[in-house]
Design a protein around this ligand. Structure first.
Ligand code: PEP
Ligand code: MN
Length: 380
């Protein structure tokens, strides 16, 4: 069983380094979680019999605990406070609600620039658009590939928005990283373990969609693949599961939001668009997800959906998206969350409630001084 080493409140950086080095010497992998209140070092791998005794004696060590959750690094045992990170100035996680919006696919420069400007003006934080599309039929539009990625990057730069796009093939991860700020793992690839391990090694946040027939535990284990490879910037996204309902494309499992938040510290988003399949159902489902406490929503928008090459029927029209953003702001406020300004470069330097850690490469900041940020068992 894996263990975590809980450091004393006053433990020095040197103490923490010593513990990490010792864990490494014991042929285990150390993982650091540094919070405002306490620092934890996880020791993952095959344990030797005397390891507890050995680590217990090191200066600065408070106690050694066994990790019981199978999703060790994603669990609140390992990292109690909500994980919050930034992507190009947009704060993601905890009480910061960020809306991802844009067309399903990058269809042309004109469409992406048009829809991009619309969603940005309405207050969306992150621009989406697929260049590699996972289509049920091999005969439908498969995406623009690299040409699409170039357009996405240009649009993101021009609009000052971070971008997200799906990567389907482990061989494309390096290339896709050159063009986008956040990688998306689609529902159909949630258990493509080679792909998960590949994105676990890059320096970009990864949004993982829940598979349509996957449990929340399956989703957490997929996140674990990414975390265990060293990428701690993971977003979980509920996008609808298969049920007996034929009224909607998939059933948005709103309960997955608080369930996942209870069990793990990662940001949880909802995708009402792929769940609903119909544009009129998207706003109420988006609001339900935000009301349930999601840190964001992914919403497909199109200015001319009857001409869209992919997912036109579920694309929200510009006017409705504008109204929806206002409703999202109001609902978020009621539960004590707040919608991000589209881009605020100052956030990157906001050291007030972040805990930078210089000794180990990690982009994850814990913000557990902020009373709005949930700790385990403290859910509204
Ligand atoms: C998408 O976001 O366009 C998409 C294909 O989503 P999913 O993987 O959830 O079907
Ligand atoms: Mn789509």
């Amino acid at each position: 069983m894996d263990i975590i080493v809980v450091m004393k409140p006053g433990a020095s950086d040197e103490d923490v380094h010593r513990v990490m080095n010792r864990i490494g010497e014991l042929s285990l992998t150390p993982h650091l979680s540094r919070g405002a209140h306490r620092t934890i070092v996880g020791a993952m791998g095959e344990q030797t019999p005397r390891i507890r005794e050995q680590l217990e004696q090191l200066p600065g060590v408070d106690q050694i605990m066994a990790v019981t959750d199978p999703h060790k690094l994603a669990s609140r045992e390992f990292h109690e406070a909500d994980t919050i990170f930034t992507a190009k100035g947009v704060r993601i996680g905890g009480p910061y609600v960020s809306i991802i919006a844009g067309p399903c696919a990058i269809e042309s420069r004109a469409v992406l620039f048009d829809v991009g400007a619309i969603v940005k003006n309405a207050g969306a934080a992150i621009l989406r658009g697929g260049a590699f599309k996972p289509r049920t039929s091999p005969y439908t539009f498969q995406g623009m590939g690299i040409e699409g990625l170039e357009i996405l990057k240009e649009a993101g730069d021009r609009l000052g928005m971070p971008t997200i796009t799906e990567v389907m093939d482990p061989r494309d991860v390096g290339t896709v990283c050159e063009y986008t700020d956040i990688l998306q793992i689609g529902a159909r690839n949630m258990q493509n373990f080679n792909l998960l391990m590949e994105v676990g090694q890059v320096d970009k946040p990864v949004l993982i969609k829940r598979g349509m027939a996957a449990t929340t535990t399956d989703l957490l284990m997929s996140a674990e693949y990414v975390l265990s490879r060293g990428n701690h910037r993971v977003i979980l996204c509920e996008r609808g599961i298969r049920t007996f309902s034929s009224d909607v494309r998939f059933t948005l499992d709103v309960s997955a939001v608080p369930v996942l938040q209870e069990r793990c510290h990662l940001p949880v988003f909802v995708d009402p668009s792929h769940a609903a399949g119909k544009r009129d159902l998207v706003p109420p489902l988006a609001l339900a997800g935000i009301a349930a406490g999601a840190s964001g929503a992914l919403i497909e928008v199109h200015s001319c959906p009857d001409r869209a090459l992919c997912d036109g029927p579920q694309a929200v029209l510009p006017q409705r998206f504008d109204e929806l953003m206002e409703q999202i702001r109001q609902v978020a406020q009621i539960i004590g969350n707040r919608v991000n300004a589209p881009v605020d470069p100052a956030m990157e330097d906001d050291a007030d409630n972040t805990v930078p850690w210089s000794g180990v490469k990690s982009d994850v900041r814990t913000v557990d001084k902020d009373p709005r940020i949930r700790l385990r068992g403290n859910h509204a």
